[in-house]
Ligand binder design. Structure first.
Ligand SMILES: [Zn+2]
Length: 164
């Protein structure tokens, strides 16, 4: 193995991380929640899940149960935008079409997901959801931004682009 001239250990490890990221992204299937390795340049070419053969991106939000949540949010290399909502919540229902539109616009570089807080109460407690709708952006499982209250599609897209 040939040795390479590097300017320092920190620079080298940072460079290697960037290479690794440029090679493949972990994309979690919205159907079976398997993690797929996808080259970034192929993201826009309708990639298919290796496990269930479903489309990895269909241009609309994926409904997450408590059981699916961590697999989808922790394993994803692309940011996951989660709408915490409930069927009885008027503003949540009003925002749903905007959330759909934002998903169509920002996939495949962002994953959109919905959590019904009536069905997944423990997730609402875990993330301290006090009012709905609340939208949280997760990057590799870590919360990086949240907004409570309904947003229209334009504002949603702008907010996600500014925080990914
Ligand atoms: Zn799948």
């Amino acid at each position: 193995m040939q040795s390479r001239v590097v300017t320092g250990h920190d620079n080298r490890s940072r460079g290697m991380n960037m290479e690794a990221q440029a090679e493949n992204l972990n994309v979690v299937c919205p159907h079976c929640h398997s993690t797929n390795r996808v080259p970034p340049r192929r993201l826009g070419e309708s990639p298919i899940c290796g496990a269930c053969k479903g489309q990895l991106f269909e241009g609309h939000p994926v409904a997450l149960s408590e059981a699916d949540f961590d697999r989808q949010v922790q394993n994803s290399d692309i940011p996951v935008v989660v709408d915490f909502w409930a069927p009885w919540c008027g503003p949540c229902r009003a925002m749903a079409p905007s959330f759909e539109r934002a998903a169509r616009e920002l996939e495949p570089h962002v994953r959109f997901a919905k959590v019904n807080t009536d069905e997944a109460g423990p997730l609402a407690v875990r993330f301290g959801i006090r009012g709905i709708p609340t939208v949280i952006i997760f990057k590799r499982g870590k919360e990086i931004a949240r907004v409570s209250g309904a947003m229209d599609a334009a504002r949603l897209v702008q907010w996600v682009r500014g925080n990914q």
